[in-house]
Design a protein around this ligand. Structure first.
Ligand code: ZN
Length: 103
């Protein structure tokens, strides 16, 4: 079991990407992912961004300086609409510990 129930994958930062059409700046995923963290999103219904990501099909970005605590305690700003994958090559070792899996 690589994909962990009641979690989502999360990144510490997003990047501002220039839109090719209107030249505005949009939030996007960083070209290079350093670490993939786990954010606990259940089992009870969650509010705020954690609730949003459960129904999301695209990444959810924390805006206005908001941050979310990953399982390891790091602040993350991007929630991915997929469960945390404990076998991902960039999976955070401290998140694995925090959710009871050894890295
Ligand atoms: Zn972590």
């Amino acid at each position: 079991m690589a994909r962990i129930l009641d979690t989502c994958a999360a990144l510490e930062r997003f990047e501002w990407l220039r839109d090719g059409v209107d030249h505005g700046l949009d939030r996007g995923l960083p070209a290079e992912v350093e670490v993939v963290h786990a954010v606990i999103v259940g089992p009870e219904p969650m509010s705020g961004l954690r609730g949003e990501v459960l129904d999301a099909t695209e990444p959810v970005f924390a805006t206005h300086g908001r941050v979310i605590d990953a399982a390891c305690g790091r602040h993350v700003r991007v929630l991915l609409p997929e469960p945390f994958d404990s076998t991902h090559s960039k999976a955070c070792g401290r998140c694995l510990d925090a959710i009871g899996l050894k890295g």
